[in-house]
Every structure is written in structure tokens, then in C-alpha cells.
Design a protein around this ligand. Structure first.
Ligand code: ZN
Ligand code: ZN
Length: 84
């Protein structure tokens, strides 16, 4: 009996991990699921971001204008363009 309860607990834990894993790869625009982050990124770019001309080469984030991208670069990739 104890063994049974234990295994249910483990299954529930695994299920949660699985859900968390997939949650990362769900398209927030159409809720489509992907097993890999790369697939989600590709989907986003092809389906949803086709009108966004600027993209960060480091993390594939997309932006509608240059200023947004520059802000992103400075904030997340610490580009210090105006220094030195
Ligand atoms: Zn989508
Ligand atoms: Zn980036």
C-alpha cells in the first residue's frame, strides 16, 4: 500500500515537471505546443513576428523598431555602446 502511494506521488511529480517543461514552449499567441524551444522560436518568427523587422541575434527576440532592440541589448546583453 505504501509503495502504491509513493509511486502515485512520483507520477504526479513527473507530470508536473512535464507540464512545466511544456509550458515554456507554448506559443503565447495561439497556444500551440512545441517540444523544443527552437521550434517555438521558429514558429513565432514565421507565424507571428513576420512583421517585426528587428531581431536580437543573441536570443531571437523580435522588435518593431530599432530603439526597442537597442534597449533590449543594453538591458539583457549589456551592450555598452556609448562607453569608451
Ligand atoms: Zn503561435
Ligand atoms: Zn536578446
Amino acid at each position: 500500500m505504501v509503495k502504491y502511494v509513493e509511486s502515485v506521488g512520483i507520477h504526479r511529480k513527473l507530470r508536473m515537471i512535464e507540464m512545466l517543461f511544456f509550458k515554456k514552449n507554448i506559443c503565447e499567441h495561439c497556444n500551440k505546443k512545441f517540444s523544443k524551444k527552437e521550434e517555438l522560436m521558429q514558429h513565432l518568427q514565421i507565424i507571428h513576428f513576420k512583421d517585426l523587422p528587428y531581431d536580437c541575434k543573441m536570443c531571437n527576440e523580435n522588435f518593431t523598431n530599432m530603439e526597442d532592440m537597442r534597449t533590449h541589448l543594453q538591458r539583457y546583453h549589456s551592450f555598452k555602446k556609448d562607453r569608451d
